[in-house]
Design a protein around this ligand. Structure first.
Ligand code: MLT
Length: 221
C-alpha cells in the first residue's frame, strides 16, 4: 500500500477537491495531457486544475490553492489535475496494488485506513524536482509516529529519519511548513492562506484512492 504525499500543495488540494464535491480527480503529467483528457467530458462536467511554478495554468479553471475548491466550483465535476511534482508522484505510484492520497488535512483518516490493512506501508514523498522536501517528510514522520508508538512495526532508515524530522519540527506545524523551500515559495507568492490550510490537521475525514483502471482518484466510501 502506497500513500502519495505532496503537502504543498497537490495532495492537500486533491483532498479539498473531493471534499467540495468533485466526483473524482484525474492526475496527469502535462498540460497537453490534461486538455486531451478533457475531451472525454462535456464542458460542464470537468474542471482543469493545477499549477506551474506555483501559478495557475493559463486557460485552466482553478490553480492549486486548496481553499479555492468549494462546492460552487466543484460539485459533481471531475477535476483533471496536473502539478509539477505531486501528480508525477501519484502516477509513479500507480502500479502499486493500492495508492492513497495523504496530507495533514486528512491525517487521521489515512492512519485509520492504514491501520485496518496488513500490507506493508510505503510513504511516497513527492519532494520538489527530485529533492526531499521538509513538508512531505513531516507528514511521513507523523504517520510513522502514529504507528511506531502504539504498534510493533519495522521501520527502514527513511522512516526513522522522517520520524526524527517530525519529532524535531512537527509541533508547531505552520512554522515548520514555513521553514522549508516549498513553504517559503508560497509565502513569496502571497499564498500564506494555502500554507495555513495545508497545516489544518484533520480538516477533512476522507480517504482518496487512485484507481488504476479509470486513472481517477475518488473518495473511499
Ligand atoms: C507540485 O506538485 O509541485 C506542487 O503541488 C506545487 C505547488 O502547487 O505548490
Amino acid at each position: 500500500m502506497v500513500v502519495a504525499i505532496d503537502v504543498l500543495r497537490a495532495t492537500t488540494t486533491i483532498v479539498a477537491a473531493l471534499a467540495a464535491g468533485c466526483r473524482g480527480v484525474i492526475p496527469v503529467l502535462t498540460v497537453d495531457d490534461a486538455r486531451d483528457r478533457a475531451k472525454d467530458f462535456s464542458r460542464g462536467e470537468y474542471l482543469l486544475i493545477g499549477e506551474r511554478q506555483g501559478e495557475p495554468i493559463p486557460g485552466f479553471d482553478l490553480g492549486n490553492s486548496p481553499g479555492d475548491f468549494v462546492a460552487d466550483a466543484c460539485w459533481d465535476r471531475t477535476a483533471i489535475c496536473t502539478t509539477t511534482n505531486g501528480t508525477r508522484a501519484i502516477l509513479h505510484a500507480a502500479r502499486a496494488s493500492s495508492v492513497l492520497i495523504g496530507s495533514f488535512v486528512n491525517f487521521s483518516a489515512i492512519c485509520e485506513e492504514l491501520r485496518s490493512g496488513d500490507a506493508p506501508i510505503h510513504l511516497l514523498c513527492a519532494g520538489t524536482n527530485g529533492q526531499v522536501s521538509l513538508e512531505d517528510m513531516l507528514f511521513a514522520g507523523a504517520v510513522v509516529e502514529f504507528f511506531a508508538t502504539g504498534y510493533d512495526v519495522g521501520l527502514n532508515d527513511s522512516a526513522r529519519i522522517a520520524w526524527d524530522t517530525h519529532e524535531h519540527h512537527g509541533h508547531v506545524l505552520v512554522a515548520a511548513l514555513e521553514l522549508g523551500a516549498g513553504g517559503k515559495r508560497l509565502l513569496e507568492l502571497g499564498l500564506d492562506v494555502d500554507l495555513k490550510m495545508a497545516a489544518d490537521v484533520d480538516r477533512f475525514c476522507l480517504v482518496p484512492q487512485f484507481d488504476p483502471t479509470t486513472g481517477m482518484i475518488t473518495a473511499r466510501t
